[in-house]
Design a protein around this ligand. Structure first.
Ligand code: AMP
Length: 422
């Protein structure tokens, strides 16, 4: 019992203050960049009706079949913690008639997702995604723009990554390919892993996605969808590639790249990192032209992607975060009660001016206050003693080089301000 009270659930974790700078920095970059591309934020509920995911993701997918956190609420309703956000965004798009103005609707989201997955490095049961969706256009330039935006975010964080793309066809050409795949698969069924044996009948496309080593030689012999696209899908794919080339974005075509979710058509892509081990996908995305109609909405061709925030944090280079770590600009050290009161006044005034100040309330020696300044990596220490109280002139020490000089209260504010602006 005690264990349950002092430990979080498996696959979840606390994000503690000393690592939060990484998360905030990535979120900040994403918001700024997405805005440049015309995307606005949407926040949908974390709980939705279970049916939304069953319909939107497909009941024979691993997510819906094995991984959802589902419960019956007090109104006897089956409710699920969202395992992804695309279905919710499309639901909100339909419910709020966001299609009414015509043109493309561009939305992004940042938040937690929940999947009861097997625990592995880089896989969590509560994990975070940054995602974007464009609804209302089937233009291949949109596919290229979404890919460009995801890559720019990753690269602006100093992370190196590779882009893998494919086309998974549409409702006209994919069924014939899937029939062919299913009949070819019959030759290999006894050699495949348990999951693939199960999928080979019901969800044969997913076999292509299998990561189990012993399945790979057999998967390599299966027919590829890019040889079976209809003229429209093949034309769309050709245009996406040429838009990527115009933007000087290198890509690799991976004909066995399929997405786990049923509603994907045409463009599918993944962005992978060399630094992540087996769970190397930083982002996955693709086109889902039919989803709005599956959920009862109007036709709305769409494309989206989701980036794994947890994984971006894992591969973020150390040097890109130091600017984001919280450190006080000033620690105000004092000796005695009157100096403490002056310290409080100065801190209050400086905070109103937008500066960050820290005061040690423990009433320790000047030496211990300096120790705290070092621990917090304070940029400066201001010292208030009896003499300083009387003259309103203070000693200030710059911690980086140990330089110390005198400063008046009036000069202090403008000194700290110019430092931040320079
Ligand atoms: P998906 O929604 O499955 O296409 O996943 C999109 C991205 O979210 C992946 O490329 C991963 O970076 C991330 N992701 C998916 N599942 C997890 C998980 N269980 N733990 C951490 N990140 C995940």
């Amino acid at each position: 019992m005690e264990d349950l009270l002092t430990n979080n659930l498996p696959g979840t974790r606390d994000l503690l203050p000393d690592e939060i700078a990484r998360w905030q920095m990535i979120e900040h970059h994403a918001r700024r960049l997405f805005f440049q591309y015309g995307f606005l934020e949407i926040r949908t509920p974390i709980i939705e009706s279970t049916d939304l995911f069953a319909r939107g993701i497909g009941s024979d997918t691993d997510i819906v079949g094995k991984e959802m956190y589902t419960f019956i609420d007090q109104s006897n309703r089956s409710v699920t913690l969202r395992p992804e956000a695309t279905a919710s965004v499309v639901r909100a798009f339909i419910q709020n008639t966001m299609y009414r103005g015509g043109g493309a609707t561009k939305l992004y989201y940042i938040g937690p997702m929940f999947r009861h997955e097997k625990k592995q490095k880089g896989r969590w049961r509560q994990f975070y995604q940054i995602g974007a969706e464009t609804l209302g256009s089937d233009h291949p330039a949109i596919d290229a723009e979404m890919i460009e935006m995801a890559l720019r975010l990753i690269e602006s964080l100093g992370i190196k990554a590779r882009l893998l793309i494919n086309s998974v066809g549409c409702k006209n050409c994919r069924p014939q390919y899937v029939d062919l795949l299913r009949s070819e698969l019959q030759n290999y069924v006894p050699n495949l892993c348990e999951d693939c044996r199960r999928r080979s009948g019901s969800n044969s496309l997913r076999v292509l996605d299998c990561k189990v080593e012993s399945c790979q030689p057999f998967i390599a012999q299966l027919p590829v969808i890019t040889d079976h696209l209809c003229a429209e899908c093949s034309g769309h794919f050709g245009r996406v590639k040429s838009f990527l080339e115009d933007a000087a974005i290198p890509y690799e075509i991976l004909p066995r790249l399929v997405r786990g979710l049923d509603y994907y058509v045409r463009t599918a892509f993944e962005i992978v990192s060399g630094d992540l081990g087996a769970q190397n996908a930083l982002a996955g995305g693709g086109r889902y032209d039919g989803l709005s109609e599956i959920l009862g909405g109007p036709p709305a061709p769409a494309i989206g992607f989701a980036l794994g925030l947890d994984r971006l944090v894992m591969v973020l280079p150390e040097d890109s975060i130091s600017r984001w770590e919280w450190r006080p600009e000033l620690l105000i050290a004092y000796m005695g009660e009157p100096a403490f009161r002056r310290a409080l006044t100065i801190a209050r005034e400086l905070r109103t001016e937008g500066r960050s100040c820290y005061i040690d309330f423990s009433g320790g020696s000047l030496k211990s206050q300096f120790r705290l300044a070092n621990k917090l990596k304070a940029e400066h220490v201001l010292i208030i003693g009896e003499e300083e109280l009387a003259s309103d002139r203070y000693s200030i020490k710059k911690m980086a080089d140990g330089r110390q000089w005198e400063i008046t209260r009036a000069e202090l504010g403008s000194y700290l301000k110019t430092l931040k602006e320079s």
